[in-house]
Design a protein around this ligand. Sequence first.
Ligand code: HEM
Length: 454
Amino acid sequence: MEPGRDGTSARIPGPRGEGDGLADIVAAGGLHNYQLKLHADYGPVVRFRLPGAEAAVSVADPVLLEATAKIDKRPEKLFEFLAPLQESDNLQTIPAEEHTPWRRVLLSVLAARPSHEAHFGQFVTLAIELADRWAESASDGPIALQQQLSQLSLRMICDYALGSGLDSPEQAGRIVSAFEDVLTEQLARLYQVDLPGTDQERGVRAQRALTYLRGIVDGVLAAHQDGGSPTVGSDLIAALAAAGQLPARIRDTVLMTLLAAHHTTGVAISWTLYLLAQHPDAADRVVEELARVVGDRPAPDYADLKHLTYLNMVLKESMRLYPPGPYGAREATEDLRVGEYTISAGTTIFYPIWAVHLNPEYWPSPEVFRPERFAAQESATRPRLAYIPFGVGPRSCEGAAVAMIEAELVLAVLLKRFRFELAPDHPVIPIERFVLWAADDIHMNLTLREPIPS
Ligand code: HEM
């Protein structure tokens, strides 16, 4: 009898070997290539060694992933690098009974239309300011997309999470640079990157920046508690306070939101512009759609976004080919049946999001950029979890709706204004650095597409 049909379990296949698995990953040229190779060699469920996880199982089939979709636990060790940023336990790994109400509060703001509409006007202002700056310097040479768009996304999410009272450009600039100080140090430690200065000097600088950021959140919280002037309000902070979350948890949540929101959205926009630069027909189609829906206005209104259907398909196809968060992970809380296999309680379940998006069974010619894959009819033929740029289940991304709005708006503003052409002699090499980053950024030459509307 075939294993599994009678309730028995087949042994999960995978490579043999010693050590923590890092050498195999390096030899394959990175975790993504390693995942592709593992699944090509061993099938959709593979046991492998992953640094930070004693026993890991990767699942690359969207139908089999369903069996894992309700797990509400992340493996602590894999996420412990985020712990120093937080005072009230690691939000990535807090237990389900604490996580569920916290998530509910986040979603009540981040997934709610009134909140999107309230912040949309400021998002538009920031996107147009960037486009104006680019228009002025378009002839000065290529633009480093990732760096500039991540900064724009950070500026937008600061505004969202901290409220419009922080609109003095100087203060906003200080917040952005303090956050960058914290993050640069944190990522340098994680990826063992050498930075100027001694460990101690950098540690002090990062700690000072963190204290400054926490003070900013406290200021917004205090203003809210004093009666909440609308100019300093933050609907996110107000909702967390109303739900009885303690100040330390509120500070952590704001920092975690800034962290989770900005590089991800920044690279999603950058990779989309990168793909469109190589597919001018698709870029022209986006521009035609923008002319039809947005006309002479420099930016769409919130209500226009739902009519930008081709732009939406392009963004989705870009996040399929370059998922900003290329991996996820859970810890099995009980023995779990996945197809013909049993994954034991305590095992790390690895989500190879990038490999799932390239699974040829559900994505014919997976390497080809074809936005039409996301037309409603084609989408309806695929299993739900064939496309998971925002993760899976109760720990999936709470900011997905904000991210889509922000990315579509910024793309609309930029594509109306500019033609993008890849700068020669700047190879674009994807590299996993917390998000899916281009190693030496994505350098683009810009030309104005149309006069700036009066
Ligand atoms: C294109 C942009 C973005 C992408 C691709 C993305 C993707 C992801 C992914 C893959 C995860 C892990 C999900 C999992 O483990 O199943 C995640 C978590 C998270 N994201 Fe996003 N994200 C984006 C933007 C944002 C934004 C704009 C926000 C906030 C406004 C945000 C807030 C969060 C939070 C708070 C978590 C932690 C979820 C939890 O532990 O409950 N993300 N995101």
